[in-house]
Design a protein around this ligand. Sequence first.
Ligand code: IDP
Length: 161
Amino acid sequence: SARYNSNTSGVRERTLIAVKPDGVHRRLIGQIIQRFEMRGFQLVGLKMLRVSEELLSQHYTSLCKKPFYPSLLHYMTSGPVVAMVWEGHNVVRSSRMLVGDTNPTQALPGTIRGDFSVHISRNVIHASDSVEVAQKEIALWFQSSELIEWECCDHDNLYEF
Ligand code: IDP
């Protein structure tokens, strides 16, 4: 109906997901990507990189005064990171649910953190926590030329539009 067809905007929502150095070292990249694919989200950007302290200071602006910030910088620069942009309906909120609580002690079994981590200082993965933050983080981590516009062949089976 027109009521549903008019609501296409949220389908192209995007979020920044990053497999942190512990996740890369522990060979979890494949399993993490699989969970986003299984759900029906679409990959539009992917790269492996070493993150700079400069990028991290912009990424974690709200945390720079926290006592754990120096150890967070050390952790995030301890090895390569795999950064991704995933697209789909409600992807920011749904990704946070796939990822689980920040503190693995609180993360439910079945979530990435709940299945693969035990301590808040090594929680395997980053996921943007709001649509606005996602837009900021994607612009910080990716050039627009690194993001691919495409439509999955199963798009019409995932969405009514
Ligand atoms: P989020 O990653 O779930 O969005 P934030 O509160 O934004 O959670 O914290 C960013 C990251 O900082 C966490 O994922 C974790 O790696 C780290 N962190 C947060 N709180 C603590 C802490 O109390 N001790 C150690 N590391 C922390």
